[in-house]
Design a protein around this ligand. Structure first.
Ligand code: PA5
Length: 438
């Protein structure tokens, strides 16, 4: 079993069966397949599970072989150019187990404190850089990369630094493409038709995964299974579309917030990737669910109160992991903590009772629940979930009537920041005029 979806505890809050949306789902499915919907030139990710760039994967493995003694790979990127890789690494890695090379992310904020200490840390490390930016002009990674480029050149000399910088960017355009070409960096491509937040199965995710020793064949096998499971639009057979239709029905019924809930700390960052995917794809034209996440049972001691008892605008999508480590609660003679009633029981059993108890309480408190169950937290299931949520996102956004693949709202903060920083603007017309002159 790759993934099981149970919508019973959501369906009970809806007047009509979710399956009433089947004709609309069929239409959207056709639109996705025939690439006739809004943003249809950004559907390259649809085929990535099978049509990923095999030549690049081979090249990444060779590169890893050349740099097998690295202590650190610094991955520079923001948004879709970093969240998937970070989510995947946390999803598959055992806690406290150090990977070699260690993967460190940078360029995903503008913290001087982080950057200064990172540069200090790298002084004594054998390291390389993977700079990722589709546009090649995003401020946060560009600022971080400027520092890192100077640092790596000072440490290894310009020639060796060039060998140690790998650029993942557009195939023909943009500042990073130009710089990488000029300097002779090893280049990997983000295709025109693959948007940032849908790019995990390209070199954007695959390079950091391969360097960290994650089995990308398994990630792709999981994604391929999710792809296969999404070919038939029948809501009874297609778990991704059933998820999309259910959350859409809940939205239409007046719910405004979706929490992605996990009971395993390793899934915490996966929710960050999910939030970007749905937030940036659907939150436009005054529409879309607000996306939030919670790690239980931790957040039952903080957000739990609000979910149980606050404004009744929330529903939850709960991610359950079936198989996890065996660890029985020890017996204690003194029993001062009064825990002997569960002595001998597995911690995972207690966690499951917490899930069931919470689900019952939240449903009683009018919080609809969708339950997604996966077997394990491994590369295969990460790959499955990536494609599952991507295809569900396309379906869900089209049901909502928005373009899933643009993010016009992200420009507003940039405009203000650039104005405050005194950046000189060149209009498109001025650029074209200049080009014609040259
Ligand atoms: O999903 C998206 O398109 C965005 O989140 C981008 O990935 C993010 O803004 C980074 O863009 P770029 O890769 O061009 O630096």
């Amino acid at each position: 079993m790759s993934l099981k979806i149970d919508i019973k505890k959501a369906q009970q809050f809806l007047d009509k069966k979710v399956t009433i949306l089947q004709p609309r789902v069929n239409e959207v499915h056709k639109m996705i397949k025939e690439k006739t919907g809004l943003g249809n030139d950004f559907l390259g990710w649809l085929d990535l599970p099978y049509a990923y760039n095999k030549e690049e994967v081979e090249r990444i493995y060779k590169l890893k072989e050349q740099f097998k003694n690295l202590d650190v790979l610094v991955v520079v990127g923001i948004g879709g150019s970093y969240l998937g890789a970070k989510a995947g690494l946390e999803f598959v890695k055992e806690p406290f187990k150090k990977s070699k090379p260690e993967i460190i992310f940078a360029g995903n904020h503008l913290s001087a404190n982080y950057l200064k200490n990172l540069l200090k840390y790298l002084n004594k490390k054998n390291y390389a850089i993977n700079v990722i930016s589709k546009s090649g002009t995003t401020t946060e990674p560009a600022v971080a990369f400027r520092f890192l480029k100077q640092h790596i050149e000072a440490k290894y000399g310009v020639e060796e630094a060039r060998r140690r910088i790998f650029a993942t960017t557009d195939k023909a355009r943009g500042a990073l493409f130009q710089l990488a070409t000029q300097e002779g960096y090893e280049k990997f491509v983000i295709e025109d038709n693959v948007g940032g937040r849908f790019s995990v199965l390209s070199a954007v995710g695959l390079l950091p995964f391969i360097f960290a020793g994650v089995d990308v064949k398994e990630i792709l096998a999981g994604a391929q299974k999710a792809y296969d499971d999404a070919q038939d639009p029948d809501l009874k057979k297609n778990p991704a579309y059933l998820y999309a239709a259910t959350r859409y029905a809940l939205y239409e019924s007046g719910k405004a917030v979706e929490y992605l809930v996990n009971y395993e700390p390793r899934l915490g960052f996966f929710a960050e990737w999910w939030k970007q995917l749905y937030g940036e794809s659907e939150g436009k034209n005054g529409k879309g669910l607000l996306v939030n996440s919670a790690s239980f049972t931790t957040d039952l001691h903080s957000l739990g109160q609000q979910i149980q008892d606050g404004q009744r605008i929330i529903f939850e999508t709960v991610m359950q992991v079936k198989k996890t480590d065996k660890l029985a609660i020890p017996f204690d003679d003194a029993d001062l903590d009064k825990l002997n009633y569960i002595a001998g029981k597995e911690v995972s059993y207690v966690n499951l009772q917490a899930l069931l108890g919470t689900q019952m309480a939240h449903v009683d408190g009018n919080v609809p629940n969708i339950l997604l169950t996966i077997d394990k937290m491994d590369a295969y299931h990460f790959g499955y979930l990536v494609y599952f949520f991507e295809i569900a996102c396309a379906m869900s956004a089209y049901l909502l009537g928005v373009n899933p693949f643009d993010q016009p709202g992200v420009e507003a903060y940039k405009k203000n920041m650039f104005a405050l920083l005194g950046k000189k603007w060149e209009s498109l017309q001025q650029t074209q005029e200049k080009k014609q002159l040259n």
